[in-house]
Write a protein that binds this ligand. Structure first.
Ligand SMILES: Cc1cc2nc3c(=O)[nH]c(=O)nc-3n(C[C@H](O)[C@H](O)[C@H](O)COP(=O)(O)O)c2cc1C
Length: 387
């Protein structure tokens, strides 16, 4: 088998190889080949792919049981380095062939794979619907766990009669090059509000129906997606509270991390500044928490009341809490009955964050520590304690 890198295009047009969709895919081909990639175009109309019958077996057992060509096509997508979803507009939507293929891919919509392959959407119409179809295909790419680099759209008034053909070809050249650049650099785009909303909803749906959606539930548990969702999509959701202080602190932190180049939501641990200051006189996590009231900033706590509980494991094992009320902070050993937020961490992680060796945000997003309760309180920690 050749080990040449592949871009696989799934074409939903019934005009296999001849239609406008194929002609647009052909505009991409020379630019992909110039980069050393092979383009394989699969015509859904040449495969036997039956309708989804809505039996739900894929969400219970993890795979579709219908024996036809679906598996062959979806396997090719999984093997490709980059993927293209292409469909002409049929009644303001994708063709039936494409829709049937996507319906049969339901399991992808429940089990984020996170392959993060770069992808393109391609669509052509005779005047109405090509941009919305391309948007839809881009959204599908995201749900497949890929990410769309862009969309090639056009209007054709007859076979091969593209409006502004040269511009379409130029756009194809740019997109093909960018697709390969994205692959070579391992580029990822941050999650969109659609991603965040979609997967949050899916998380709720699957955990509520875990008996029925056994296979989905196992997948989410195995990958730790229920707790670890932000790291999966590569971006934290904004704190739910619109309380201005909390939101500002969160945004400031993001900007700071961008400036320092430490904003790496997933992947390898970022290197922080080598000269990061150690916390003076503190060598253990217990000492660190005991010393927190000394760096307390009462101004940031005007009208604010909260109890932070820390459950520390690893080199040290203890539970302690910090109570903030009346613009004062106090340290207490042991647990408390109703903490507003619980931070479960190893001693090392908490010390590393305090010493500036790792970013608190990165540590949170890569699940180095876990927070239960009001997440917005976590964001406020920095301004409360010497931030
Ligand atoms: C059943 C059918 C429905 C169509 N619906 C639309 C439509 O809603 N909007 C539009 O602009 N073009 C529509 N078209 C035109 C096709 O999108 C257009 O001819 C396209 O170039 C076909 O691409 P292909 O040659 O790759 O199959 C439709 C064509 C067919 C056959």
């Amino acid at each position: 088998m050749s080990d040449q890198k592949k871009v696989v295009a799934i074409n939903g047009s019934p005009h296999a190889g001849l239609g406008n969709t194929s002609q647009m895919i052909a505009m991409l081909r020379p630019h992909l080949e110039k980069e050393g990639f092979k383009l394989e175009e699969l015509f859904l109309s040449q495969y036997k792919i039956n309708y989804c019958i809505g039996c739900g077996v894929c969400i219970e057992k993890g795979a579709c049981w219908i024996a036809d060509d679906y598996k062959t096509v979806s396997k090719r997508l999984l093997e490709a380095e980059a993927i293209i979803l292409a469909s002409p507009v049929y009644f303001l939507s994708v063709t039936g062939q494409m829709k049937t293929f996507l319906d049969r891919s339901l399991t992808y919509g429940h089990k984020p794979r996170g392959t993060w392959k770069p992808g393109l959407a391609v669509s052509v119409s005779s005047g109405a619907g090509e941009t919305s179809v391309a948007e839809y295909l881009k959204y599908v790419l995201r749900i497949f766990g890929a990410f769309p680099v862009g969309a090639l759209t056009s209007i054709a008034v007859g076979p091969g009669e593209f409006v502004g053909k040269e511009a379409v070809a130029d756009r194809a050249a740019d997109l093909a090059r960018d697709l390969i650049r994205a692959y070579k650099k391992g580029r990822r785009y941050p999650a969109t509000d659609l991603d965040l909303r979609f997967w949050r909803f899916m998380s709720y749906l699957i955990s509520e129906h875990r008996e029925l959606m056994k296979s989905d539930h196992d997948h989410w548990q195995r990958l730790g997606l229920y707790d670890h969702f932000e790291a999966y999509v590569g971006q934290a959701a904004a704190p739910p509270s619109m309380e201005p202080g909390v939101r500002e602190a969160w945004i400031e932190e993001l900007i700071q991390e961008q400036k320092e180049g430490t904003f790496v939501p997933s992947g390898p641990e970022p290197k922080m500044k080598a000269d990061a200051a150690a916390v003076p006189g503190v060598t253990t996590a217990l000492e660190l928490l005991q010393s927190m009231p000394q760096s307390f900033n009462p101004k940031a706590a005007e009208g604010f009341k909260a109890v932070y509980q820390f459950e520390v494991s690893g080199d040290e094992e203890f539970t302690a809490h910090i109570r903030i009320a009346d613009q004062e902070a106090s340290f207490h050993e042991g647990s408390t009955e109703n903490p507003d937020v619980v931070i479960k961490t190893t001693a090392k992680v908490w010390l590393d964050i305090a010493r500036g060796e790792i970013s608190g945000r990165w540590a949170f997003m890569t699940r180095k520590y876990i927070v239960k309760g009001d997440l917005t309180l976590l964001m406020k920690l920095r301004s409360l304690f010497g931030g």
